[in-house]
Design a protein around this ligand. Structure first.
Ligand code: 9Z3
Length: 313
């Protein structure tokens, strides 16, 4: 596979063959039941600077966009492959990621020779009853498959494997590429094996460009799928222009464009023919409305339209 991707990367740490087989079976099962399947990528990527890695380059992404989106896709009836960076936020449990959950548990002494038990205090886990019910429902239905990546190399190999697995279900497949993937890497052949020594003075590194996977994904790997990429900028002035450029370059269906500081309150959904602003007001936010709810509702109806178009004579 490394050859097909033509990358000078260290081999992936993930078991790509096993993940491939699992994704194929998942797509086949849900596809044969007529269900739509979305591949969500989520979280940042870690780019090693040494092959026995001490240091790496990382980025800001928490994985909240991907994890929240997975929940809304599941509510909309999709089957979800959640390809996420190790330890980034996870659907459902994301809501409790900022607290020490040990504080919400109590040790109950065992009576009459029984083992001690652990009890949770629901008031310390806001919304837990509904969340747990939803999570258990999703688990029972087998509609979510979670896969982790550690390195950029893992991510790229797993994305290729996912595209191959979803390709047979044609336009029922959606790719929702929310991960913040590094644009730069150090080729394996140029990477020092051992820890870079600070005694050698200031560090200068030259990184290569990571090839854009969107191009082969749209053209070759899953040409009938509905593909959404994300565009992140820090300058709102260039957001739409950059999103349009991505659409013109890769010929996919939608770019969701967002600005780093305001990414929780608004996004622009950009297609070849329109741009729509989706936003969450302060009032909605105080009621717990999340922007991902609106994004997924918008995209699932675009997906329905897309399927209708591709199936019509
Ligand atoms: C996004 O733009 C996501 O919305 C965020 C979500 C990463 C901003 P969080 O994980 O943040 O909830 O903290 N993802 C794509 C970012 C990106 O790197 N896009 C590339 C680009 O802008 C194109 S693939 O050039």
């Amino acid at each position: 596979m490394a050859e097909q991707l033509r990358l000078d990367f260290a081999p992936p740490q993930a078991d790509v063959e096993e993940a491939s087989r699992a994704m194929e079976a998942f797509a086949q099962r849900h596809g044969s039941e007529g269900r739509r399947v979305v591949l969500i990528t989520s979280g940042g990527t870690k780019v090693p600077l040494e092959s026995r890695t001490v240091r790496f380059l990382d980025n800001f992404s928490s994985g909240r966009r991907g994890a929240a989106s997975a929940e809304y896709f599941l509510r909309a009836g999709y089957a979800v492959i959640f390809l996420h960076r190790h330890r980034s936020l996870f659907p459902y449990s994301r809501r409790y990621s900022n607290q020490n959950w040990l504080d919400s548990l109590r040790l109950m002494p065992g009576t009459a020779g029984e083992e001690p038990r652990v009890e949770a205090e629901p008031s310390l886990l806001p919304g837990i009853l509904q969340i747990l019910e939803e999570y258990e429902g999703v688990k029972g239905s087998g509609r979510m498959m979670a896969l982790e990546f550690h390195t950029l190399s893992d991510y790229l190999h797993l994305l290729l494997a996912a595209a191959r697995a979803l390709s047979p279900i044609g336009s029922n497949a959606m790719f929702y590429l929310a991960a913040a993937v590094s644009d730069f890497y150090i080729p394996a052949s140029e990477m020092p094996e051992h820890k870079i020594q600070s005694s050698s003075g200031p560090l200068q590194i030259t990184m290569k460009m990571v090839p854009k996977m969107l191009s082969p994904l749209v053209k070759d790997w899953a040409p009938k799928a509905f593909v959404i990429s994300f565009k992140l900028e820090t300058d709102p002035q260039i957001l739409i222009e950059r999103a349009r450029k991505a659409l013109a370059t890769y010929h996919h269906q939608v770019v969701v464009a967002n600005v780093l500081d305001t990414r929780r309150s608004y996004v622009m959904v950009v297609t070849n023919t329109e741009e729509a602003k989706l936003s969450v007001s302060d009032e909605e936010e105080s009621l717990g409305v999340e922007i991902e709810d609106k994004i997924i509702s918008d995209l699932t109806s675009r997906h329905t339209h897309f399927i209708g178009q591709t199936n019509s004579p």
